[in-house]
Design a protein around this ligand. Structure first.
Ligand SMILES: [Zn+2]
Length: 445
């Protein structure tokens, strides 16, 4: 299973440079596994037990797949797993281009999330995202309708060059990299004549010069190139966006494997956007979109006989949610940054995260449930506790726990250099995560 899973994950990563592409890649995986689309704007959903469905958020950056069990969620609750589609990155500004004092065209970027800035320097970059074109039609409320088109450059279109050591002798003593000025991407020689930024962007995307111009865009930089398996025995997997696409992939893998298994409880995966900026968006973990989709599935299930509010509450009360995000592996060059009793090992198994200040949602109860599931599959478990004198990160677990009120465990996989463009995790840990979610969604009655 190890290399199959890793090879598939590398392909998943290759197809998914932005949250839009993550959702599109997931959609195509789900369609191949015979999941059917439900539309959020459709007021009536006709559901069949045993069938797989998915609902996309209209901003195209979040998707919720579900496998309907044979019993009503009012009786069983939901089995839920959550992971996030976004990763820290660089995104083009509203006015995206600037010609420098010589003749280079620069793409001006703003920062999404907590990037490790220097990891973006001196490597080829591609540009990907979504363009929005007037469709010529109107929405029923009279607003103009825009058609979305996912785009991606077919080759690396730029680089963010560092400053030579000869021009900054203090560089190796930790000179900060300016988030405002130092991260703009060099796109090549500025075209003669035209000042229209879209003329340059068309060149980046290989579009005809007379092709129509979008009314809006969300274009993001992504490091160019495949993820690489390395280590003496292929222990490591290095590349961007393991946080959190490794967990997105593992959850999607587990859910799609469960489709052929007939079981009572309905299984749901929540793939939401904007975790890196606090989740407070319409497609983030704070969004009512998630609660509304769960509620509609609960009341539309063919075995649900009562659809009033208490029935929906009963389905939440019985639910169990696993929030999956990456964790900090022990780094031997920086032993003082880790709790000496909780040194996560790369390749050491699934991580359960606990925090007494509730930065993670795991309770003693939910930790015990996850440990039991791992024991059933002989998956090793590691407990993570952040140093008490350093600020602890967080993830979607506490947000979803507060908004849904159900039981939640925060788990993950250990990695080095979180938020770098070259994050490193263990190939073995990816298979542990895939096996865990397959078991979570497929075991029991
Ligand atoms: Zn994350």
């Amino acid at each position: 299973m190890v290399m199959d899973c890793v090879a598939e994950y590398i392909q998943f990563q290759k197809a998914s440079p932005t949250p839009y592409h993550v959702v599109a890649t997931l959609e195509s995986m789900l369609q191949q596994a015979a999941f059917r689309e439900l539309h959020w704007e459709d007021p009536s959903w006709e559901l069949l037990s045993g069938q797989g469905y998915y609902i996309k958020h209209p901003d195209l950056k979040a998707i919720i797949p579900v496998v309907l069990g044979t019993s009503s969620p009012v009786e069983t609750g939901f089995l839920i797993a959550a992971a996030h589609t976004d990763s820290p990155n660089l995104r083009l500004r509203f006015n995206p281009l600037q010609q420098d004092e010589v003749s280079q065209m620069r793409g001006l970027v703003q920062v999404h999330g907590g990037i490790i800035a220097r990891s973006w320097l001196d490597r080829p970059m591609e540009l990907a995202g979504c363009l929005f074109f007037p469709s010529g039609s109107m929405e029923k409320n009279g607003l103009p309708h825009l058609a979305a088109q996912l785009v991606r450059t077919s080759h690396p279109v730029g680089v963010i060059p560092d400053l030579a050591i000869h021009l900054d002798r203090e560089k190796n003593r930790g000179t900060p990299c300016s988030l405002e000025n130092a991260l703009h991407v060099m796109l090549g020689l500025a075209p003669q004549g035209s000042k229209d930024p879209w003329e340059t962007l068309k060149t980046c995307f290989g579009m005809e010069s007379d092709s129509r111009e979008p009314r809006g865009f969300d274009l993001q930089l992504a490091p160019y190139g495949d993820h690489v398996v390395c280590g003496m025995r292929g222990e490591y997997l290095t590349g961007p966006r393991h946080d959190d696409l490794a967990m997105v992939y593992a959850v999607a893998y587990g859910l799609s494997q469960s489709l052929s298994i007939r079981r009572a409880a309905s299984s749901i995966a929540i793939f939401c956007d904007a975790e890196e900026t606090g989740s407070l968006t319409s497609s983030g973990a704070e969004s009512m979109f998630i609660r509304d989709v769960l509620r509609r599935i609960a009341i539309s299930h063919p075995s649900t006989l009562v659809s009033h509010y208490p029935a929906w509450c009963a389905s939440l009360a019985k639910s169990f949610l696993v929030s999956a995000d990456m964790a900090h592996a022990y780094h031997p060059a920086y032993p003082d940054r880790h709790d000496s009793q909780h040194r996560l090992q790369i390749g050491g198994g699934l991580v359960i995260k606990e925090n007494a200040n509730d930065r993670y949602a795991t309770s003693a109860y939910t930790s015990a449930v996850v440990q039991s599931l791992c024991e059933e599959q002989a998956i090793p478990v590691q407990g993570y506790v952040h140093r008490q004198d350093m600020g602890c990160g967080s993830t979607v677990g506490p947000t979803l726990a507060a908004n849904l009120g159900c039981r939640v465990a925060d788990i993950g996989t250990a990695m080095w250099a979180m938020h770098s463009t070259g994050e490193t995790m263990a190939t073995q840990d990816l298979t542990y995560a895939c096996r865990f979610f397959q078991h979570f969604f497929s075991n029991a009655a």
